[in-house]
Design a protein around this ligand. Structure first.
Ligand code: APR
Ligand code: ZN
Ligand code: ZN
Length: 361
């Protein structure tokens, strides 16, 4: 017996999103139906709506979510009805070369739910990032569910499913920020701010926030940045060097996704420092660096994919730290909205007015 719920659909390229009836099938083997409690509005949802990811319209948007497992398919062992879970993009196989080497974020054999959710006319929906959680209920692979402590606000928990995890993970997992390190974060949106929070968590002594928007810099301070640089007014590389005794930062996190900010990150690091690219560039972007400068500096250049996270390890740990008051995750929730307000939330996100709008059910 399938069931009908309300969900936010992107019907076609650049068309406004709208709430429609979504048919959610009963879970098959290895699948789970999750009653969604909260789902954050992320840039990737907007990219889907704009046709920037692929043309598989109609999309069921939403992918930064937490909720309660309602039912599971036959033989499912990962979760059971009643579990409070955070959703992740793909279930990993656990056996391929990447998984066995402890890097499941590069898994070769990830999967989502096998059955499609549909509109009432039978048209198949493409769930954003294999989740589709701007809906009262959604069908996912059981392996996409990570059980966490239920005594946490679902609006906060859901954020770990995407942007906040990407930022914290860029600092903690990819950048391996250590106690006493100096860290610079270029671009202080949701991802950059989460990188600041992650750097503080890892014990960074200095966290230098760089942005072109004063409001973002003030917000970065409230997240734990110790210094701020307005890159329209000051030379980013020079200022970061000055603030780090002339050396450059031990870890520089680029959270914009542009060649000029990556170049700043490259030169603003200590000779043996690490650059982490977490901002997502577009296919046409190129970087032109003197090879001698690459040769002349040690350290490492890394990219961070989903914060290089292990959901089963990182989600419960971060929820626990938040519960203890050691992670200000609630500061990322700017506003709580209803399902039919997603279109307006995209406008506010585009204008840079919010860190996260979260749909709550
Ligand atoms: N220098 C410094 N900061 C900049 C610059 C620049 N040249 N250009 C833009 N910014 C700042 C913006 O002012 C904003 O505060 O970068 C920030 C980007 O934040 P958001 O647009 O909110 O994006 P966010 O969700 O944080 O994601 C950042 O990470 O995961 C990726 O796809 C995501 O590429 C995106 C990046
Ligand atoms: Zn996202
Ligand atoms: Zn695998």
């Amino acid at each position: 017996m399938s069931q009908e719920v309300r969900g936010v659909i992107a019907p076609g390229k650049d068309e406004p999103v709208r709430v429609e009836t979504v048919v959610v099938p009963d879970p098959g083997p290895g699948e789970a139906v999750v009653k969604v409690q909260a789902c954050g509005v992320c840039h990737t949802d907007l990219h889907y709506k704009q046709g920037g990811i692929n043309d598989d319209f109609p999309f069921l948007l939403g992918h930064e979510a937490a909720g309660v497992v309602e039912s599971v398919g036959p033989g499912t062992t990962e979760v059971e009805p009643g579990d409070f879970v955070i959703l992740n993009w793909r279930a990993v196989c656990g056996q391929c070369r990447a998984c066995s080497r402890g890097r499941p974020w590069y898994c070769f054999d990830t999967h989502n739910a096998r059955q499609p959710m549909t509109l009432t006319d039978g048209r198949e929906l493409s769930p954003a990032l294999g989740i589709g959680a701007f809906a009262e209920k959604t069908l996912v692979a059981a392996g996409q569910c990570t059980k966490v402590d239920p005594e946490v606000d679902p609006a906060v928990a859901g954020l770990l499913g995407c942007g906040v995890m990407a930022g914290i993970g860029a600092a903690v997992n990819t950048g391996q920020v250590g106690r006493g390190d100096s860290v610079a974060v270029i671009g202080c949106g949701g991802v950059g701010d989460a990188a600041i929070v992650g750097a503080r968590l890892a014990g960074a002594a200095r966290v230098i926030a760089v942005d072109i928007d004063e409001r973002k810099l003030r917000q970065a301070e409230s997240m734990g940045a110790t210094h701020t640089v307005d890159s329209r007014k000051a030379d980013v590389v020079e200022t970061i060097r000055e603030l780090t005794g002339g050396f450059g930062a031990d870890v520089v996190i680029e959270a914009v996704g542009r060649p000029e900010t990556y170049e700043q990150a490259f030169y603003a690091r200590d000779l043996a420092g690490t650059v982490v690219l977490v901002g997502v560039p577009t296919p046409e972007m190129r970087l032109d660096l003197p090879l001698l400068d690459v040769f002349g500096r040690g350290g490492s250049l890394k990219s961070s994919w989903y914060g290089d996270c292990l959901p089963s390890r990182d989600f419960p740990m971060l929820i626990d730290l938040h519960k203890q008051g050691r992670l200000p995750l609630d500061k990322f929730v700017t506003e709580r909205i209803a399902l039919d307000e997603v279109e307006q939330a995209f406008d506010r996100m585009h204008a840079g007015d919010v860190l996260r709008s979260v749909v709550v059910f």
